[in-house]
Design a protein. Structure first.
Ligand code: C5P
Length: 237
């Protein structure tokens, strides 16, 4: 179902505001992304609030640390029963193995499925120049492709990728490797600070399994209608 491929980013600072949005969007949206700002201010209560409303959580905390620490964090996230979570692929092979094993361990004995474990390749805010300064002398796209392959190799279920990277990752990985694409903009929405954008329809056509949409929905005067309009746009294709 198309509805199960739309993720709405809850980029708000408090539990109260998040709850208001989830309530408003409930008729149209099944998955909500909780990022660093909201989780840092509201903690696991925000995950529990979303679950209480029978909705799913993408816990977007992009873990990146030594394998033992990331493993423990992933196990804790799996125990919270989230639907999806992510780590930085640049944390390396041992960290990725620890993440994958710990997600499985944290999910043991739970009624819900194990969370989808995603990798973040190169942050879309980074240029080739930025990469070079961190010691990576590759083109951004080559680094994205190589990190996506490493993620798959280490047992991750997929990656977060911009609209520009979907096809390149699709070619380098197996069809079941999940691609989650943020920064998508319907033609009727303001672009905000997102520069290289694709529409929801284009993202799906290129091979994204899920799209993440924030402000075009959450800052709309009628968020539920905005979400429905996006779903309709996709359904028409
Ligand atoms: O409001 P907007 O639709 O731009 O929100 C997109 C969401 O996806 C935000 O939570 C943002 O942090 C996240 N994101 C992104 N671009 C990336 C990775 C994540 O916009 N490359």
């Amino acid at each position: 179902m198309i509805k199960d491929r739309l993720i709405v980013a809850l980029d708000v600072p408090s539990l109260k505001e998040a709850e208001k949005l989830v309530k408003t969007l409930s008729p149209a949206v099944n998955i909500f992304k909780v990022g660093k700002e909201l989780f840092t201010s509201a903690g696991p209560d925000v995950v529990k609030m979303i679950h209480a409303k029978k909705k799913k959580v993408f816990l977007d905390l992009k873990f990146h640390d030594i394998p033992n620490t990331v493993g423990s964090a992933c196990e804790a996230a799996a125990k919270l029963g989230v639907f999806m979570l992510n780590v930085h692929v640049s944390g390396g092979r041992a960290m990725l193995y620890a993440a994958a094993q710990s997600v499985a361990k944290g999910s043991r004995g739970r009624k819900t499925k194990a969370p989808i474990l995603l990798g973040v390749t190169v942050l879309t805010s980074m240029t080739e120049e930025d990469l070079k300064e961190t010691g990576v002398k590759k083109k951004v796209q080559d680094q994205v492709r190589d990190l996506a392959k490493l993620a798959q190799n280490c047992g991750l279920d997929g990656v977060v990728a911009s609209g520009q990277e979907i096809e390149l990752i699709r070619k380098a990985t197996s069809p079941s490797f999940i691609i989650v694409t943020p920064g998508v903009r319907p033609l009727w929405a303001a672009h905000g600070d997102q520069k290289r954008i694709v529409t929801p329809v284009q993202a799906m056509q290129k091979g994204a399994h899920f799209i993440v949409v924030g402000r075009p929905i959450t800052q709309s005067t009628d968020p539920c209608k905005a979400a429905r309009d996006i779903l309709e746009e996709i359904n028409r294709q």
